[in-house]
Design a protein around this ligand. Structure first.
Ligand SMILES: [Fe+2]
Ligand SMILES: [Fe+2]
Length: 275
């Protein structure tokens, strides 16, 4: 098979310029544009880009219309399509109206698309109004049926909540029913599961399947000291290569200020929805 390269980025937490929220002053959309400019200028030439959720920080229709504009401009800049999934900060109806320009609907947003023989499956792990993530029964049944026919160059599954736990973070950050999802994907042609949500780079193996949570473009999260967690300015993406022998994930970090955005007690990670 031919080698297929694509870009995985996540947690853009963007909002329309006029929106007022805790991140407004940081121009998070400007960072996403800077990332696309970097992809263009370094001629990365990915087959596609996948954004694994928390597209908005608290998205309304106008926010999603704006996010669509930013990602469309990026897509044009690099000559490759951009696909997205929803995160816990996203909202289904405003997303469908503003981003997809469809009628408002609380239906889960999931899909399968094949690019150069590589199948990309986007799942909706976001549960309306909740911080935790789950893949519902409807998606699990659909996924099982979809995966019953292998793709020419394998399959990538993209979702917001990761399969693997992350040091220093409570367990509710991990996909609640990961075992159910694992039962569906293990033994199929799935070569990688890509996620976000935890705002730190975590690479591992879930029952033999490469499982990655990327750092967000909005900020990185890290332990500040024994009692506190902090969010810092960060910008980067993962370049994923699939070639029939395996999958490789290269983390690319772009210059950023590393300025501390916020600091809060670790205990709040379990109840806050700031990430
Ligand atoms: Fe999230
Ligand atoms: Fe996030």
């Amino acid at each position: 098979m031919e080698t297929i390269k694509f870009v995985h980025l996540t947690d853009t937490h963007m909002n329309a310029p006029q929106t007022d929220n805790m991140f407004s002053k940081f121009n998070l959309a400007g960072k996403v544009t800077r990332l696309f400019e970097h992809l263009r200028d370094t001629n990365v030439a990915p087959a596609f880009v996948i954004v694994t959720g928390d597209l908005s920080h608290e998205g309304g229709v106008e926010d999603y219309a704006y996010i669509r504009q930013v990602l469309d401009q990026g897509s044009t800049m690099i000559g490759a399509p951009v696909y997205v999934v929803l995160g816990n900060h996203d909202h289904r109806s405003p997303f469908r109206e503003g981003f997809l320009q469809q009628d408002a609907s609380e239906d889960a947003y999931f899909y399968s698309i094949t690019i150069n023989g590589l199948r990309l499956i986007g799942l909706n792990s976001q549960v309306p109004g909740q911080h935790h993530g789950r893949i519902d029964e409807q998606q699990l049944a659909w996924l099982e049926e979809t995966l019953s026919i292998p793709a020419e160059n394998g399959t990538i599954v993209a979702l917001h909540h990761p399969l693997l736990s992350v040091n220093g973070m409570p367990d509710d950050h991990v996909l609640e029913n990961r075992k159910q999802l694992g039962d569906v994907i293990v033994g199929t042609d799935v070569v990688g599961v890509l996620a976000g949500h935890v705002h730190s780079n975590n690479v591992g193996s879930y029952h033999g399947i490469c499982s990655v949570a990327a750092t967000g473009t909005a900020f990185a999260g890290e332990l500040a000291d024994e009692e506190n967690y902090r969010m810092i300015d960060f910008l980067g993406y993962n370049l994923v290569t699939v070639n029939g022998e395996g999958i490789s994930v290269q983390s690319v970090v772009l210059p950023s200020s590393q300025e501390e955005y916020f600091r809060f007690p670790i205990a709040l990670l379990a109840v806050e929805t700031n990430h």
